[in-house]
Design a protein around this ligand. Structure first.
Ligand code: ADP
Ligand code: MG
Length: 321
């Protein structure tokens, strides 16, 4: 993963000047481990909004390009909504998509810093899965109306149906073609993607996007894909991540605890698992650096590929008509 250069003192001054109280922002360090954005920790010196001593500058680059501004708007809307609903999330301090001048070429948000970091090595895996399930349940309790939050429009069905044929990332994996066709059938047949059962959905809910401190969750981060959608999508996606890490029992416990906690059925779980399995393509190995940076340096790309292929085969079988 390539990251952007740290923000200059001049650009940080421009951001600070757009904050209430005009605090000074000082660069501390860059976070590693993310796959989408460049996140920098900054110290807030002076009259900070809400008296936060530190903040995270989140820039939608270098991979985002033209999609950056829409992602920033979506993420800010989701963070505000999740906070209102009582979910643990960073506070939004500033957005480049507001009315002020744009200090950076790319879209950016300034978020309150939350102490904690991703945790992929629990000894009590079931307790860990239990907390993850409760965090998902809290997100899915947030009701969101389409009119109320047009920024959170769900693009999943539209994006799948707009693709006329498998793209390169599907064609270069031996199981990619089968996944692409199955995903399309499931949306087309209405197994998933219907308009009922809609809540706030994170859409990138996996252990690496939660911050933990002393075995408790302090924040859910990385909301740039959040939408008004089917909550089962988050559950299947998070469980798929646990399977890649070899934590099959944790995945089982996660889903069971979620059902117990919410009373929801997991209709469409396997179908959403197909959608989840499309995400790492063309090669789950490209996600390896993120896990290696966040506590799993021993993982190998081949081990991930074996688990991934095994799961794809199982889920293709389970969803065959
Ligand atoms: N508000 C925050 N407070 C503290 N750390 C954060 C915050 N936002 C991001 N981070 C750090 O940056 C890392 C990557 O953040 P994330 O939002 O997942 O970015 P990406 O989109 O690049 O995956 C997190 O694992 C965490 O260590
Ligand atoms: Mg992330």
């Amino acid at each position: 993963m390539r990251y952007l250069d740290p923000p200059s003192a001049r650009t940080l001054r421009l951001v600070g000047e757009q904050l209430p109280g005009r605090p000074r922002l000082r660069h501390v360090r860059q976070f590693r481990g993310g796959l989408g954005c460049t996140n920098d920790l900054v110290e807030v010196v002076g009259d900070a909004p809400g008296a936060v001593p530190a903040a995270v500058l989140r820039r939608y680059g270098p991979g985002h390009g033209a999609r950056g501004p829409a992602a920033a708007v979506r993420e800010a809307a989701a963070l505000r909504l999740a906070a209102t609903g009582g979910c643990p999330v960073p506070v939004v301090l500033w957005s480049s998509e507001g009315t002020g001048t744009r200090p950076f070429p790319e879209a950016a948000l300034l978020l309150g810093y939350v102490a904690g970091s991703p945790w992929h090595t629990p000894t009590d895996q079931l307790g860990w899965a239990h907390r993850l399930a409760d965090a998902a349940a809290a997100i899915h309790r947030v009701q969101v109306g389409r009119e109320e939050s047009p920024q959170l429009h769900d693009r999943s069905r539209h994006a799948v149906m707009a693709e006329a044929a498998p793209s390169d990332r599907f064609r270069t994996h031996p199981l990619g073609d089968a996944l692409w066709h199955r995903r399309r059938e499931l949306f087309e047949g209405g197994t998933i993607g219907a308009e009922d059962q809609r809540t706030l959905v994170h859409n990138d809910f996996h252990p690496g996007n939660l911050l933990w401190l002393e075995e408790e969750i302090t924040a859910v981060v990385d909301w740039e894909e959040a939408a008004y959608g089917d909550p089962v999508a988050d559950i299947a996606y998070c469980a798929s991540d646990m399977h890649y890490l070899g934590m099959d029992d944790a995945a089982k416990h996660f889903t069971a605890r979620y059902v117990e906690q919410t009373g929801r059925s997991l209709d469409g779980y396997e179908a959403w698992m197909i959608v989840a399995l499309c995400r790492p393509l063309p090669d789950i190995g490209r996600w390896l650096p993120s896990w290696q940076e966040t506590g799993r340096p021993e993982l190998s790309a081949n081990e991930l590929r074996d688990r991934y292929d095994g799961l794809v085969e199982r889920v293709l079988q389970a969803t065959a008509t």
